[in-house]
Structures are given as structure tokens and as C-alpha cells.
Write a protein that binds this ligand. Structure first.
Ligand SMILES: O=C(O)[C@H]1O[C@H](OP(=O)(O)OP(=O)(O)OC[C@H]2O[C@@H](n3ccc(=O)[nH]c3=O)[C@H](O)[C@@H]2O)[C@H](O)[C@@H](O)[C@H]1O
Length: 809
């Protein structure tokens, strides 16, 4: 029987769903699967009216289906797996969502003329070189999307900080692995990349002895997977990728030229890079891919890699810890052609700009394609002891030097680049010497790790801070307590704001129960110190005290007479189901993450409920517990997850109704405030008596006691979508429904969506006061945002209408 095998039910209808009619009662969730009436569900429907028990079971099965349907549409916000670059770990299945697709598209949009602009996929974008190259491309107006698996080869907090930096500049970094074929296919389909800057790799020469598999996984298997996808793409992109100076291995002809032998790698890392160059030849030869390999020479600079010598030496010198300086045969100093990151970026961009198009089409070569390899070095090797001298100068601290013989772990005695080929092809001229470059690096290091002038007082080192951040993320309080012990001592002599920060962090390390009072005191130290309040919010959220967090934010408003509660499905209502059907409905509600709002006047004790659905009894109970009397229901739009009623096809045929506005209208006789353009659907699909409707237009006002709700008509997601604006003395409030989410907007791919109208609606919202606090219709990344925040990072960011229309296909 069909209800014995839910997976069968799930398979067929969800995967083949064409658009439906104008008034289908769609939910608004990320995901892009559309619903179709299938014969299968026709059959289910005909069985529906048989007996009471069948009906109950069928209902359960359908609700289960609905639950999974909802889940399917919502899951996978950032796309997939973090593999960690280790062979043996699998890459989890990737499921694109609507929001994910939008972010990719937005990030891909070039800002300069389409003829000259590139659309570049940068793999390893949260890495050192990847971050800098992505920023450079974005700044000059190219479309850029990043990809990174955020593996833990070194502190992931640094990678996350680079990601933040990129996202501030409009570069979306997709979290995923280059071995994830499904993810790459989805990305290429969306991005239509003209170029790929392939920088994702397992780096580090000496680590290859500890974890050889990770090099094979990323530098061989990952590279082949990427080439496979590129070869099949139409059009094929041109590829520029990171090889390494290490391919010269034991070559002793100086300087190293591209034509020198590269068949004596001294490390597995070098061997995998050399293999990459050969694999590139194959894909160029068979499939016509245009491929350029860049042999980087020991790249260094701000936002660098903590595993590299200049970085770890800096950390150890600051901690007063001894550093090992290796020497070669006969005690000879080792030397490297250290190359500053800005010069490398210029080389990468030069290589991209001069890359010819690939010649393949549909996976077949149609003519010879470009295949190049360039050295990107500095042409002036410096010994390791000299590097340490420079660091000492800028750190104003002597290093404790252990001079030891170079261990046999893959190192080579020296590197020295001949760059004449890159010079001739794209005018590559490095301009930063090691002294200047390290000065910039040290400046960045001190500021990034919060090392002030009195930096010796600062806790531990960057590694510890990274570990702390990671421990906070994983709520590993035992580790944190240990890590912060030295910080507590050091903190006593720090400036006020650092102390407050530190104080709070130290408390994080303690029991969760202590978190909130400590955060309270951190916030109280300086009322204007927004970070303190932010932390306080975080603390409460960390304790799952959402309602309090919300109430706290609104504490001042409450005192001024506004009653405002943000209720989340599955947390505040739609919990403790009374029967099996309710359980399924509540489970769907939880996955949909709908917010319901109670808004009213604390003096008259009257309130309206905004977007009541899923659990009317629960919502009524909450209002009553606050001693509030419900005097009306407000709709932001007609979709069933906001109003209740009939779910979308094919479930509409089955007689299941999600509780919502109808119950409030019929049983409680409440007026329903709805925009006139969504009114018919509310009557037809949601069964709300038309007599209860109060039809609204743009700028209409409804008063609840002394609180005035002003309606802003914001069509796009549905024809009658509307937002509710409440002016307050301190900070105005916008209940935005599905028009505006944190970082995105409601879906625009349903039959009665209007992409252009949504553009205009968002433009309208962008003109609201920047400080307006925005409460969205779903929890897609937090409880609230502000107009300013969305103007800076979300969908209120200025954008030409042409771009918007292109982005939404
Ligand atoms: O150009 C590359 O193709 C590679 O450059 C980089 O490798 P390397 O040139 O080895 O850089 P790095 O580790 O900074 O060691 C620098 C010097 O310090 C010496 N070194 C190192 C550690 C130590 O404790 N003591 C020491 O003397 C060490 O012996 C060496 O002489 C990248 O990591 C690599 O991913 C790859 O991109």
C-alpha cells in the first residue's frame, strides 16, 4: 500500500513538477522544484474518500510527504560538503536551493562592459592567493564566484575571515569540494564561466609526509574532476591554475626557466603539481581546453598561510618561542625567491587576460588550444636567516634561533625564478622586495590578531585565537576554558574595548549558564558599545532563549506601549502535537521556519496576529498568556504557510487543510486585513469568508489600540504581497513577509510571481530609514535585520533593473 512505502510516494511527484495555475497556494521556501499533478496523486485522491481509517492513514502519508516536500525545498543553503581534502572522506550530496542560486547569479554579474568582462570561478577562494585574486577581479568589475571546502589544514577561522572580506565585496564563496561533481555541474550551469582560476589545492611541502592522501585527493583527483567539468561545459572556459616552483625539485640550473627539467620532485607535493601539469597537457590535447599553469615561488603577504615559515616565525617570535632555521649541505643557508602577493595577483590577472578561448565544444576539440606554463617569482632569492632578520626588525623583537640541518622532508635548498616568459607575455614585473612585503605583512598580522602596541600582553598567539574561535563555534567549552586561561591574566592591562571583548570571550569559556549575566555586564560597560549588545543577543540565542532575545531587543519599545512578539514555528508554536495528523503538520511547520507576529498595544491589551498558520490554537494560547486579546488577523500574502488552508498541488486534492486564518475568521470572527490583490485566493484556496476581509491598498493604515500599522504594497512574490511598517520613537519596525529576507527575497519562480514588480518593491523598501528593524516571514539566517544591513549586503543593495532582471532569468 502506498502509505507503507513513503519513499515511493516521495520519489515520483516531487521530481517532475511543471508550473501550476495562477492561484496555487505555494509556500515560499528556498529550492526550485515545482509541483505537478501526477496520475499517481490522482489515484491517491480517488482512494482518499474510502474509509475513515484509510483516510487517517492516507492523511498521515500525505502529511509525511508534505513534510519531506517542505524539507526538500528548504535544505542545503550553502551547498554541500566540506571534505577537508582528505582521501577517504566522502563528499556529501549537493542540493541547490533558490537562495543559493540567486547568490551565485548575483556574484557572477560583471560590473564592466560585457564585451571585456570575465565571469570567473575561483576555486580555493577562501585561501590566501584565492582571496586576493578574487578581490582584484571583483574590484575591476568582473563577475566572480568562489568555491572553497574550508578544510582544516590550518585554522578555519582565518578562512572564514577571508570569506567575510570577500562577501563584503560582493564575492559569494560556495562551500564545497572540487571533487563534488554535482556541485560543479550546478555551478557551471548557473555561472556560464568564461574563465576558471583554479587555486584549490593541498598546499605545503612538508605536510605531504604526514598526509599523502590529501595531496592525491585535491591535487590529482580534484584537478581531474574540475577538468572533466570544464571540458564538458559549453562554452568551455579558459583555465588558469596554480602549479608550483617546487616542480623544479633538485634542478640546480639557476635561475629556473620553464624549459628546465622538472622530473626530479623532492616532495609528494611537488610530484602532484608536476602530475597536474601533465594532466593539463592531456586535457588540452584531447579536449581543446585552454590551460595556463603558474609556478608560484613561495608567496607571502597579508592574509597569508599560517603554515608557511614567515607566518609561523612571526607567531613564535612574538611568543618568545624558539624557531628552527634549516640549513642545507655544508651548513649552507637555504634561500627562497619569496614573492609578494600583490605581484602574484598581477601575474594571475595577466595570465587570465591573455588566456585564449578553449576550442572544444560539447566535450570535443575543434582545433588546437593554448597550453602555457609560467614562472611567477621575484627573481631575487633571499636566505631564510635574512628573512628572520627582517621580521625581527618589524616585530621589534629578537628571535630565538635554532639552527638545524634541513630534515629530509621534501625541502629544496633554494629557488630562483627566471620570469622573462611571463614578462614577454603579460608584462609581469614584480615590484615588492622582501623587506617591503614583510613590513606590510607584519602590519596586517598585528592588526588581524589584535596585537596592540603592548602586544606582549596579548593572549597566546594566532593559532590559539583560531582554536578559540573554532571552539566557540563548536561550543567546546572545556577547550575554551584552557585556551583562555593565559588571556585572563593578559587582559588585565588591555584597553577598555579589548578588555570588554576579552572579558566576554573568557566567560564563553565557562559554563553556559554564566553566559548571560556576563554578557549583560559586558553590554552594560558601555551602553553605546554595539558589540556588547550583539554579544548579549548572542548569549541569549546560545541558550535558546529566543523570545527573551527578541523581547530584550524590544524592551524599550515595550515600555513605550508597543506589544510585539516574534513567534517561530516549532519553537514557540506548532509544538506538542495532540495527534498524529497534528504531528505531521507541526513537523512541516518546523521545517518551514515561519515567523508569526503578535503586534498590539500594551495599554489596551489588543493585538493582531500576522500570518497565523499551522497552529492556531497554540498562537491563541500565546496571546492569552500575555493577557492580550486578538482583534484581527493580518496577512503579508496568501501562501498557505502564512495563512493556512489548502497546500499546493498535488496535495490540494486531498482535502487536507492547514489551520490558519480561516479558523480565526470563522471561529473568532476576526477581521482579516489583506491586500486586495491577494483577496480572491484567500477566499478560494484558504476558505476565508469574504465578509471577514478588510481589503487594503498601498499606504492604508490599521490601528490596534494606539499602535498604527501602515501597509506598504510590495508585489512580486505574490500580486498582493504587503509589508507592515510601524513607526516608533526609537527605531521603526518593518514586518516584511516574504518580500525581504536576510540577504535575499522571496521566491520569484511561481506562476504569479513578477520579477519586475519585486524589483520595484525592493527599491521602495530601500528608501525606508536605514535604522528600520526588519522582521522577515521566515527564519532564513536569523530573527531580524535592518534596512541598512540589507542595503549593504542584501537585496536592497543598489542594482540596475537590467541586472536584476538578468539575475532572475
Ligand atoms: O613555492 C612553492 O612552490 C612552495 O612555496 C612554499 O613552500 P616553501 O618554499 O617550502 O615555503 P615555506 O614553508 O615558507 O619555507 C620557506 C623556507 O623556510 C625554511 N623553513 C621552513 C620551516 C621551518 O621551520 N624552518 C625553515 O627554515 C624552508 O626550508 C624554506 O627554505 C609553500 O608552502 C608551498 O605550498 C609551495 O607553494
Amino acid at each position: 500500500m502506498y502509505f507503507d512505502s513513503p519513499t515511493k510516494i516521495l520519489q515520483s511527484p516531487l521530481l517532475k513538477m511543471p508550473p501550476s495555475t495562477m492561484h496555487d497556494n505555494y509556500p515560499s521556501t528556498p529550492g526550485k522544484v515545482k509541483v505537478e499533478r501526477s496520475n499517481y496523486f490522482g489515484r491517491v485522491a480517488s482512494r482518499w474518500h474510502t474509509t475513515a481509517s484509510t483516510r487517517l492513514l492516507a492523511c498521515t502519508a500525505v502529511l509525511l510527504t508534505l513534510t519531506l516536500f517542505v524539507f526538500y525545498r528548504m535544505s542545503g543553503t550553502s551547498g554541500g560538503a566540506i571534505d577537508g581534502g582528505i582521501v577517504g572522506r566522502s563528499v556529501a550530496a549537493f542540493k541547490p536551493t533558490h537562495q543559493w542560486e540567486l547568490k551565485v547569479r548575483q556574484s557572477c554579474l560583471p560590473k564592466r562592459s560585457e564585451e571585456e568582462a570575465m565571469v570567473v570561478l575561483v576555486t580555493g577562494a577562501a585561501g590566501f592567493v584565492g582571496t586576493h585574486v578574487s578581490l582584484a577581479l571583483k574590484k575591476r568589475g568582473d563577475g566572480v564566484v568562489g568555491l572553497d571546502n574550508f578544510n582544516d589544514y590550518y585554522e578555519t577561522s582565518l578562512k572564514r575571515a577571508r570569506q567575510d572580506l570577500l562577501e563584503k565585496h560582493g564575492v559569494f564563496v560556495v562551500e564545497g569540494d572540487i571533487n563534488d561533481e554535482t556541485l560543479l555541474k550546478a555551478l557551471f550551469e548557473l555561472g556560464q564561466f568564461t574563465h576558471v582560476m583554479h587555486l584549490a589545492a593541498q598546499a605545503g611541502v612538508r605536510y605531504a609526509m604526514q598526509n599523502p592522501g590529501s595531496y592525491v585527493h585535491s591535487n590529482i583527483a580534484g584537478l581531474v574532476n574540475l577538468f572533466e567539468i570544464c571540458k564538458a561545459a559549453n562554452p568551455q572556459p579558459a583555465i588558469v591554475w596554480a602549479s608550483s616552483s617546487s616542480v623544479y625539485g633538485l634542478n640546480n640550473k639557476v635561475p629556473f626557466s620553464e624549459s628546465d627539467r622538472t622530473d626530479q620532485p623532492a616532495s609528494l607535493y611537488a610530484a602532484t603539481k608536476k602530475a597536474g601539469e601533465e594532466i593539463a597537457h592531456t586535457y588540452n590535447h584531447i579536449y581543446g581546453l585552454s590551460i595556463t599553469g603558474l609556478r608560484f615561488f613561495t608567496v607571502y603577504g597579508p592574509w597569508g598561510r599560517p603554515d608557511m615559515a614567515y607566518f609561523s616565525f612571526t607567531r613564535d617570535i612574538l611568543r618568545g618561542k624558539a624557531i628552527n632555521i634549516y640549513t642545507g649541505n655544508g651548513g649552507k643557508d637555504l634561500a627562497r625567491d619569496f614573492t609578494y602577493i600583490d605581484d602574484i595577483v598581477k601575474g594571475c590577472v595577466g595570465a587570465l587576460d591573455t588566456a585564449e578561448k578553449s576550442t572544444g565544444s560539447g566535450g570535443k576539440k575543434t582545433g588546437p588550444a593554448q597550453l602555457r606554463v609560467f614562472n611567477l617569482g621575484n627573481t631575487s632569492p633571499v636566505t631564510v636567516p635574512t628573512l628572520v632578520d627582517i621580521l625581527e626588525k618589524y616585530l621589534k623583537q629578537k628571535a630565538k634561533r635554532n639552527i638545524i640541518k634541513m630534515p629530509r622532508n621534501g625541502d629544496v635548498p633554494f629557488t630562483h625564478a627566471n620570469i622573462s616568459y611571463a614578462q614577454s607575455q603579460f608584462n609581469y614585473h614584480p615590484t615588492t622586495n622582501l623587506d617591503t612585503g614583510l613590513k606590510k605583512f607584519v602590519k596586517w598580522y598585528l592588526s588581524y590578531y589584535g596585537v596592540g602596541t603592548d602586544h606582549k600582553l596579548w593572549l597566546g598567539d594566532h593559532e590559539q585565537i583560531g582554536q578559540c574561535n573554532d571552539a566557540v563555534r563548536w561550543t567546546d567549552f572545556t577547550t575554551l576554558t584552557e585556551l583562555y586561561k593565559p588571556a585572563t591574566e593578559a587582559g588585565k592591562r588591555l584597553p577598555m574595548y579589548e578588555l570588554a571583548d576579552l572579558h566576554f570571550s573568557c566567560q564563553v569559556a565557562r559554563e553556559l549558564a554564566e553566559l548571560e549575566p556576563q554578557a549583560q555586564s559586558a553590554a552594560a560597560w558601555n551602553f553605546e558599545w554595539s558589540k556588547g549588545h550583539f554579544r548579549l543577543d548572542n548569549a541569549l540565542l546560545g541558550e535558546w532563549r529566543y523570545s527573551e532575545e527578541c523581547n530584550l531587543t524590544l524592551a524599550r519599545e515595550l515600555m513605550a506601549g508597543l506589544y510585539f512578539r516574534q513567534l517561530l514555528a516549532g519553537r514557540d508554536f506548532a509544538v506538542n502535537a495532540g495527534n498524529i495528523i497534528e504531528r505531521q503538520i507541526f513537523s512541516s511547520a518546523k521545517q518551514m521556519q515561519n515567523y508569526v507576529y503578535l503586534v498590539g498595544d500594551t495599554k489596551t491589551r489588543e493585538a493582531v496576529v500576522v500570518d497565523a498558520a499551522w497552529d492556531v490554537k497554540g498562537i491563541r494560547r500565546l496571546a492569552a498568556a500575555d493577557n492580550m486579546r486578538l482583534v484581527g488577523a493580518v496577512l503579508t500574502h496568501y501562501h498557505f504557510d502564512h495563512t493556512g488552508g489548502t497546500p499546493p498541488p498535488p496535495f490540494d486534492q486531498l482535502g487536507i487543510k492547514v489551520p490558519g486564518i480561516r479558523e480565526l475568521a470563522v471561529e473568532d470572527k476576526l477581521p482579516v486585513h489583506v491586500n486586495r490583490n491577494d483577496a480572491n485566493t484567500v477566499v478560494n484556496s484558504n476558505g476565508v469568508p469574504s465578509a471577514n476581509l478588510n481589503l487594503l491598498d498601498d499606504a492604508d493604515v490599521v490601528s490596534v489600540g494606539g499602535v498604527k500599522l501602515k501597509f506598504i504594497h510590495t508585489p512580486g512574490h505574490t500580486p498582493g504581497s504587503q509589508c507592515i511598517y510601524i513607526e516608533r520613537p526609537q527605531q521603526d519596525i518593518l514586518i516584511s513577509g516574504d518580500t525581504l529576507f536576510i540577504g535575499s527575497c522571496g521566491r520569484l519562480d511561481f506562476p504569479d510571481c513578477d520579477v519586475k514588480a519585486m524589483y520595484n518593491s525592493l527599491q521602495k523598501l530601500a528608501t525606508l530609514p536605514a535604522t528600520t528593524k526588519v522582521y522577515p516571514g521566515h527564519d532564513y539566517g536569523g530573527p531580524h535585520t535592518t534596512i541598512a544591513q540589507e542595503r549593504e549586503q542584501g537585496f536592497l543593495k543598489p542594482m540596475a533593473e537590467r541586472q536584476w532582471l538578468r539575475m532572475h532569468g
